[in-house]
Write a protein that binds this ligand. Structure first.
Ligand code: ATP
Length: 347
């Protein structure tokens, strides 16, 4: 049985449909990321799961039971918000112990639990410090420890790492995932950062305009995106229009040999990841191109190319012969690296 089920959940604010017919199942012990651009409805969906908002229609089930009418404090879920919402006038210890205190747990039990949690989130020796004397990363850990203090049945986090600088955020993504694995706690995190979702999640739920577009393992969302929007949101991609041609498919000015678009289709939208665009000397491969810009990032090089089909981006490891702006090259794309979308071509 799944831990959490949403069935056709819709949330309206007047004319705005913040969440539109969302159905999803979260398996026990899994780490799920709700991912999408600003305003796509991910926070609203998390707040409905938490019980901070009620759905306009649809069902929310926890371990098979409807919980739509269960108030927040009865759901026993742990929550961490972007703002962290720590109490600035309390110490680290008092912050972490707070949920236990309001549940009437005794002092000895609270002390023991706080010590365990500080250990768990790797924050030894700061228990008596005021929150105001902690760094951003330390505050983050206190918020996580506080949310976990009551051993919640579900752990919900809304953009928990967005206030941290890039390096610390990457380190905390790994820590959060390792912590979740150690505890085996079912976790749902809202993020707009695809790299963060790829790092942490067992499953990514991609949302746009209130709708769930796809839910899959990170590698499948990346490799088998359900739509051009998903392909483009998860990293970079080249979205092109292809037509059937001799021995394969044609894009403007070139061919992808062996690519089938599906019986009877006169054109189809396709996606090719930059790492699957192979650059060869001019004339050696079927798609002519000119180098427009080279972005050398040390470990990898991104090459912007102008082709008859418009701009394309290729990526390759550094160590190849350097390319210069204006170089004439040719491109080859393997048919099995191409995603062919089934929907019609958007114009
Ligand atoms: P962000 O990443 O910017 O927080 P989000 O994906 O979390 O965005 P939501 O905050 O869920 O998006 O908002 C979804 C839509 O619902 C938006 O159009 C937003 O303006 C609207 N909305 C959210 N809360 C309310 C509210 N209380 N009243 C009216 N409209 C709201």
């Amino acid at each position: 049985m799944s831990t959490l089920d949403l069935v056709a959940v819709t949330k309206r604010y007047g004319d705005i449909v913040a969440v539109d017919d969302a159905t999803l199942s979260v398996p026990p012990g899994s780490f799920v990321c709700l991912l999408g651009p600003s305003g796509c409805g991910k926070t609203t969906l998390l707040r409905i799961i938490a019980g901070l908002e009620s759905a306009s229609s649809g069902e929310v089930k926890f371990e098979g039971e409807r919980i739509d009418a269960t108030p927040v404090h009865r759901r026993d879920f742990g929550m961490v918000f972007q703002s962290l919402a720590l109490f600035p006038h309390l110490s680290v210890r008092e912050n972490i112990a707070y949920p236990l205190k309001i549940r009437g747990r005794g002092k000895a039990e609270r002390e023991k639990r706080v010590a365990e949690l500080l250990d768990l989130v790797r924050l030894p020796g700061v228990a008596d410090r005021p929150i105001t004397q902690l760094s951003g990363g330390q505050r983050q850990r206190v918020a996580i420890a506080r949310a976990l203090s009551v051993s919640p049945k579900l752990f919900l986090l809304d953009e928990p790492l967005s206030a941290l600088d890039a390096k610390l955020r990457e380190a905390m993504q790994v820590e959060l995932r390792q912590l979740q694995e150690r505890l085996g706690i079912t976790t749902i995190v809202v993020t707009h950062d695809q790299r963060e979702a790829m790092t942490m999640a067992d499953a990514i739920v991609v949302m746009e305009g209130g709708r769930i577009l796809q839910m899959d393992r990170p590698i499948d969302v990346y490799r088998k995106p359900a739509s051009p929007f998903v392909a483009d949101f998860l990293g970079q991609t080249n979205c092109l229009v292809a037509k059937p041609g001799k021995g394969g498919a044609e894009i403007a000015g070139g061919t992808i040999p062996g690519l089938q678009l599906g019986a009877g289709r006169r054109e189809a939208e396709i996606s090719v990841r930059p790492e699957d665009v192979v650059i060869r000397p001019a004339g050696d491969a079927p798609i002519p191109a000119t180098v427009e810009f080279v972005r050398d990032m040390g470990s990898a090089v991104e090459i912007y190319l102008s082709t008859e089909a418009g701009r394309m981006i290729a990526q390759r490891a550094s160590g190849h012969d350097a390319l210069a702006v204006g170089d004439e090259v040719s491109l080859s794309i393997a048919p099995d690296a191409v995603v062919v979308f089934s929907e019609g071509v958007a114009r």
